[in-house]
Design a binder for this molecule. Structure first.
Ligand code: RB5
Length: 152
């Protein structure tokens, strides 16, 4: 699995799954940086995505795991940072390909959509799969630049 610390964060809907994944990581001997939330009280998922993005930016964590109800809101929030490649995954194939093809550095999970065992399997695969590089390098590099201010 990954060598560096893994940051975890969620909103209230993702809190129970985030806690379970935190335990899984700790049990595997992986350093965990828990950025909240810390309970069932309703909170705003962008706050936790932004905290995790900042932790990755400054090197407090190498990779991250974000959880909200669907995973959608928190992945949108995370991907607003050009150094974050957050992949919303519901299965291990997506988790593997997010690493091999997209060099994803954040795994996003929807706690209301998948069970804890699938989530744990996704995380395990995410952390143990290397980026393939090669033909993917040019495309991944473009993710950080966007397309500029194009008319819509
Ligand atoms: C919270 O109710 C829910 O909207 C949030 O967890 C997430 O699913 C948003 O995308």
């Amino acid at each position: 699995m990954s060598q560096g610390a893994v940051a975890v964060a969620s909103d209230h809907a993702g809190y129970p799954l985030k806690q379970a994944l935190r335990e899984f990581l700790a049990g595997a001997g992986i350093e965990v940086l828990d950025l909240g939330t810390d309970g069932a009280e309703s909170v705003d998922y962008p706050d936790f995505a932004f905290a995790l993005a900042e932790a990755v930016r400054v090197g407090r964590a190498e990779r991250g795991v974000l959880v909200c109800g669907t995973g959608i809101g928190i992945s949108i929030a995370a991907n607003r940072h050009d150094w974050i490649r957050a992949a919303l995954c519901h299965d291990t194939t997506s988790a593997r390909l997010s690493r091999q093809h997209n060099d994803a550095n954040v795994l996003v999970l929807g706690a209301r959509l998948i069970g804890p065992e699938v989530a744990q399997d996704c995380l395990s695969v995410f952390l143990s799969t290397e980026y393939e590089g090669g033909r993917h390098d040019r495309r991944v590099a473009k993710l950080a630049t966007g397309s500029g201010n194009q008319p819509r």
